[in-house]
Write a protein that binds this ligand. Structure first.
Ligand code: UDP
Length: 358
């Protein structure tokens, strides 16, 4: 059998890998070797997804020692190189825009192994985001660019990159797959997630977002459920102390630990609004038929804005008006913005077509 070598390291990549894992498991031709870079090692951001989403245990798991970004890139590249030399795969698969994505792309390119980038062509046009640099560099090194949307294809073409496939979005595949048997009743409650450094690293800014969400909840006499990312938890402890959960409760915000994927989908589906700075959660809100307010200055998922399913909220002072405009909005997903729910099958077919004779 031919071998796909999958490199993953962060929460959204585990979820993305679940869709491809299902397609690979159904293929008589491919098997998969997985390397976990160790970028996210907290069990609530890592192990839980392997168990819940039926992803095989990684054959290679790196233990990163440093948290310094450039030193960590060196560590990841070293571990990935050793594993690739041991495994000699036919193709390398990387996802999204994290440091693990770029480290994997650089080593595959150096070793001349065909590189497939899933979620190619997304651009926020904001070079202050480390993810934007990771995306651009990875796309330049890729043999096959798997783009989820027409906008992503157009972005690639404007950079002179034409070896792409329009696949639809594999996170949409997952959201449809894991919600088909979920029956959730819509409540007036809302879901909030935030973890981007630009929103949570400055205590003043994080405090402003919390106050803005709290004001919206108190005004509307509704509650917010807020699964708190470890990075955000650090900020909340700085602002409110270790007992931040009870302080947030006074603003009708129920802070909880990060939840598993299925639980998150249940929360999205049963909420009347999602407020988020997450790329994945924006799209899952659409897939689950819930409107979202994206607390960022830009997004790579522009079709959500164009169709009115989401709205950008750059500043906490804008939240009341924008959340009010989207609360309880009905989302019609018949426009299939992210494909037919079989992106992973289309991707594997194309991989087989292009690389099976290697
Ligand atoms: N997610 C989850 N539990 C949570 C919060 C998020 O399972 O408590 C999932 C969510 O469904 C989404 C993914 O994590 O698919 C997104 O990861 P994250 O927001 O960390 O990264 P981003 O998408 O912004 O790169």
């Amino acid at each position: 059998m031919a071998q796909i070598f999958t490199i993953i390291g962060a929460r959204p990549q585990f979820i993305k890998a679940a869709a491809m894992t299902r397609a690979i498991a159904d293929s008589p031709f491919w098997n998969q070797t997985i390397l976990h870079t160790g970028q996210h090692y907290d069990p609530l951001l890592s192990d839980i997804f392997f168990e819940e989403l039926n992803i095989p245990k990684p054959t290679f798991s790196l233990k990163l020692i440093t948290s310094d970004r450039s030193e960590r890139m060196v560590e990841m590249r070293k571990g990935i190189k050793e594993a690739l030399e041991t495994s000699s795969p036919d193709v390398v698969l990387v996802y999204g825009d994290t440091d693990s994505t770029l480290a994997g792309a650089q080593v595959a390119h150096e070793l001349r192994i065909p590189l497939i980038h899933i979620e190619a062509g997304l651009r926020s046009f904001d070079l202050a985001m480390p993810e934007e640099i990771n995306r651009i560099e990875t796309d330049k090194l890729s043999t096959l660019l798997v783009a989820p949307t027409r906008t992503a294809i157009a972005n690639l073409e404007s950079e002179g990159l034409f070896h792409s496939l329009l696949s639809g979005d594999i996170m949409h595949d997952n959201a449809l797959h894991f919600t088909k048997d979920l029956h959730c009743i819509k409540t007036s409650s809302i879901l909030v997630t935030m973890h981007r450094p630009s929103n949570v690293d400055s205590p003043e800014r994080l405090h402003s977002w919390i106050d803005a969400v709290g004001e919206f909840c108190l005004d509307n006499r509704i509650s917010a459920v807020f699964p708190v990312h470890p990075r955000t938890e650090k900020g909340l402890i700085k602002i409110f102390g270790k007992d931040f959960k009870s302080i947030l409760m006074n603003q009708r915000i129920k802070a909880i630990k990060p939840v598993g994927y299925i639980e998150l989908l249940k929360l999205i589906k049963s909420s009347s609004l999602v407020i988020t700075d997450s790329g994945g959660v924006q799209k899952e809100s659409y897939s689950c038929g819930t409107a979202s307010v994206v607390i960022r200055h830009n997004t790579e998922w522009v079709e959500l804005l164009e169709s009115g399913h989401s709205v950008l909220c750059p500043e906490p002072s804008d939240l009341m008006e924008l959340a009010t405009s989207k609360h309880s909005q009905i989302i019609d997903t018949s426009d299939n913005l992210y494909g037919d729910g079989n992106a992973s099958v289309h991707i594997l077919k194309e991989i087989s077509k292009r690389f099976s004779s290697l």
